[in-house]
Ligand binder design. Structure first.
Ligand code: PXP
Length: 238
């Protein structure tokens, strides 16, 4: 059965909207673990738009599950990862102008750099995953480079419907089997929500699903009424 990695970047998005101290992603990681999260994922971006260095260091100290650090394959991030020593690193492509991670990593055309970064992380006993689109050639190159895991990009599956979604699901299933045959552990994520997660979760040998946006959106839906009630009570009681 697949496990659940909870991505808490959106908590930091709210904090950074005011550049203040709340909400603190470290505190929310604790709540995610209480809810059953099997790992906590954060993406430390080059532009530090949401998660900050301090968050990642504190998460490593405080979480009880596993820390999955998403990062670009750069020297700056490599040095930070070697200091933090997360349980694993997921290498993702990163563009400054994007709102969220768009496509998967182009492993095939970045072999040299990826080999260097992956080798370096593995020397520090950090397991490494590649966030890739569900294509056979990318999976073969991941194996060649020495990645331990892959994370299949489910963004396209999440956006499609009907026959097109079914075809994309088949592509994800075939990619999972191919990667398993090569000895790679398979995770998946991006755009998964309460309506579309089950088909991905039931793929044989799916290891972990990384989910952020829909969980944080649901938290607001479940929690807003109570937080307004508390504020109203403070204002109206004497
Ligand atoms: N996996 C990766 C590699 C991501 O970049 C993201 C988004 O930060 C996710 C999973 C989670 O996607 P979502 O927020 O749409 O659930």
């Amino acid at each position: 059965m697949a496990t659940l990695g909870v991505n808490i970047d959106h908590i930091a998005n709210v904090r950074q909207a005011r550049k203040t101290v709340e909400p603190d992603p470290v505190q929310f990681a604790f709540l995610a673990e209480l809810g059953g999260a099997d790992s906590i994922t954060v993406h430390l971006r080059e532009d530090r738009r949401h998660i900050q260095d301090r968050d990642v260091f504190l998460l490593k100290e405080t979480i009880k599950t596993k820390l999955n650090l998403e990062m670009a394959a750069t020297e700056e991030m490599l040095e930070i990862a070697k200091k933090i020593l997360p349980n694993y690193v997921t290498l993702v492509p990163e563009k400054r102008e994007e709102v969220t991670t768009e496509g998967g990593l182009d492993v095939k055309n970045n072999m040299q750099n990826l080999e260097k970064i992956v080798g370096n992380l593995k020397d520090s006993n950090i397991e490494v995953s590649a966030f890739i689109d569900p294509f056979g050639d990318q999976i073969n190159y991941c194996k060649e480079i020495g990645f331990n895991f892959i994370e299949l990009h489910t963004g396209k599956y999440s956006e499609l419907s009907g026959t097109e979604q079914y075809k994309e699901l088949q592509r994800i299933i075939e990619s999972t089997h191919l990667a398993n045959d090569l000895g790679l552990v398979v995770n998946a994520g991006h755009g998964l929500n309460y309506n579309n997660v089950k088909k991905i979760a039931s793929i044989n040998n799916m290891n972990e699903l990384n989910i952020g946006h829909s969980i944080v959106a649901r938290a607001l839906a479940i929690g807003l009424e109570k937080s307004v009630r508390e504020m109203k009570s403070l204002i109206t009681s004497n």
